[in-house]
Write a protein that binds this ligand. Structure first.
Ligand SMILES: Cc1ncc(COP(=O)(O)O)c(C=O)c1O
Length: 501
């Protein structure tokens, strides 16, 4: 496969020399002083004065620009190549989103502008709320939460406020399946709920039976990720929702995987009461290393009074800031103003750009791509939970381990092919998990390159060529000391490092 060679050059192999500054080569010459010189000690007290020269880099402008450009080229990114992180969903960020979000009229907007001067902005926020309400089948929407995890937290706060308003403070139990993302139990614990974990069945989904011991007066919320983290649709969801509602509880949907069912199924229609949506996973906004993102929450109409504020209201053809729909009920603010407005603008753009049919197409292609990869790799990397999957393929290292390579080592090997590894060791219920999510934005050639990298790695291991080797071998940095990187991170350049040079 000839394009593999080309693929291996995605990231330059030579490490960039970081320290380029040379003494006596100043990049900037200050103009000659044209006013009388004042002795610093006449203005500042002795303790405020420096005792030595500042240790500033000495470089010209072209050197600085080239240095940072070279550094940025060593950073793997979604604009360089595929990023098949299952559950994290890294899809291409269309440039039109950026164009809109960076328009001065948008980027420089102040959130306290008078309403009559920002009708267009309020309209955008209102329309995004309406769109997400329609897509989820849950009409009341708050755009405030800044990430999926904060959406979970906010939604559970809404649930707690709802139970408190009904005099049901004894409902303190939250149930999560063992395949759930770690943020689910963490959010529940942060909200003061106690946690119960239920097992996933052999078929990769949860049954009503698994819940039966918890369907009582202490049940608050059952948190279901649907489609779940095995890429499987929780097809018992309607029965589960019926049983939970009968017991007086609420059904929460972790909507991180909504991209797989867009336009085909709506959580509100299959019994969900409240959910979060990760705009960065489903609606092409940047994922951005944990933020700034957006994790809006959508809920059924009777939970609306508890949602975070402010929101936007439409009266006639005017848009208004809706500060407190019911000051006694709302859980208040979880983020300033409307949340991360620039991110919301990007999602609004994406939805408008591709329209309802485009959204369906997105889901179809995301599912097709994941199933293509699964079909091409399953003989070497088997599934632990066999069955039909949607947007991601969860495979494992069972066979390659027989040749001495584990999931962790395979992840490092893939870097030599210029491929970002998939998510590893998650979900926790799959031993040596390789969770692959190509998304709808990768074309067939890119999928084939990834498949080649996975298969070639296996075959090299099977031929014994990887014995005693440490991977990666072709990247600017080879295997790093992960413990030191976690325990003693050096996150910024320090002037003292230059002084030590
Ligand atoms: C299934 C699932 N739920 C929740 C989250 C949390 O979302 P966020 O990273 O936006 O906080 C993630 C994130 O990867 C996820 O995969």
């Amino acid at each position: 496969m000839s394009h593999i060679q080309e693929y291996q050059t995605v990231i330059p192999a030579e490490p960039v020399i970081f320290e380029l500054s040379q003494d006596e080569k100043p990049g900037l010459r200050l103009p000659t002083l044209t006013v009388p010189k004042t002795e610093p000690s006449a203005v500042f007290s002795h303790s405020e004065l420096r005792s030595s020269e500042p240790c500033l880099p000495q470089l010209s402008e072209p050197e600085v620009v080239r240095h940072f450009t070279r550094l940025s080229m060593q950073n793997y990114n979604i604009d360089a190549s595929i990023y098949p992180l299952g559950s994290c969903t890294m899809k291409y960020n269309p440039r039109i989103n950026e164009d809109l979000a960076r328009m001065p009229e948008v980027a420089l907007m102040h959130p306290m502008m008078p309403e009559q001067l920002c009708q267009g902005h309020l309209q955008m926020i209102y329309e995004l709320e309406q769109d997400l309400g329609e897509i989820s089948g849950l009409p009341a929407v708050s755009l405030q939460p800044a990430a999926g995890a904060q959406g979970e937290f906010s939604a559970l706060k809404v649930a707690a406020a709802y139970f408190a308003s009904r005099g049901e403070a004894e409902r303190t139990v939250v149930v999560t399946p063992d395949s759930a993302h770690g943020t689910n139990p963490a959010s529940a614990a942060l909200c003061g709920f106690s946690l119960v974990e239920i097992p996933t069945g052999k078929d990769g989904i949860v049954s009503v039976e698994a819940l039966k011991d918890f369907l009582n007066g202490r049940l608050a919320v059952v948190m279901m990720t649907n489609p779940n983290t095995l890429g499987r649709f929780e097809s018992n969801i309607e029965d589960i929702a019926r049983a939970v509602h009968k017991a007086g509880g609420l059904v929460y949907c972790d909507g991180a995987n909504l991209n797989a069912i867009l336009g085909y199924a709506r959580p509100g229609d299959f019994g969900v009461d409240i959910m979060h949506i990760n705009l960065h996973k489903t609606f092409s906004t940047p994922h951005g290393g944990g933020g700034p993102g957006a994790g809006p929450i959508c809920c059924r109409a009777d939970l609306e009074p508890f949602l975070p504020t402010p929101r936007v209201q439409k009266k006639g053809d005017r848009f208004y800031t809706w500060v407190e729909q019911d000051p006694k009920k709302t859980v208040g603010k979880v983020k300033s103003f409307y949340g991360n407005y620039g991110v919301l603008v990007r999602a609004w753009t994406y939805i408008r750009m591709i329209g309802p049919e485009g959204l369906r197409e997105t889901a179809k292609n995301a599912v097709l791509s994941a199933n293509y990869i699964k079909a091409k790799l399953k003989d070497l990397y088997p599934e632990t939970f066999e069955g039909p999957t949607l947007h991601e393929a969860v495979l494992c290292d069972k066979k390659i381990k027989e040749h001495g390579i584990t999931t962790a080592e395979l992840a490092k090997m893939l870097l030599d092919y210029g491929v970002h590894p998939p998510t590893v060791y998650f979900p926790l219920i799959v031993s040596g998990a390789l969770m692959i999510e190509p998304t709808e934005t990768e074309n067939l050639e890119e999928l084939d390159r990834f498949i080649f990298a996975m298969r070639d790695s296996f075959e090299r291991a099977a031929r014994g060529e990887t014995k005693g080797q440490t991977f990666p071998t072709k990247t600017p940095r080879t295997k790093i000391d992960e413990t030191a990187a976690a325990r003693k991170p050096t996150l910024t350049w320090q002037a003292s490092q230059r002084a030590e040079k």
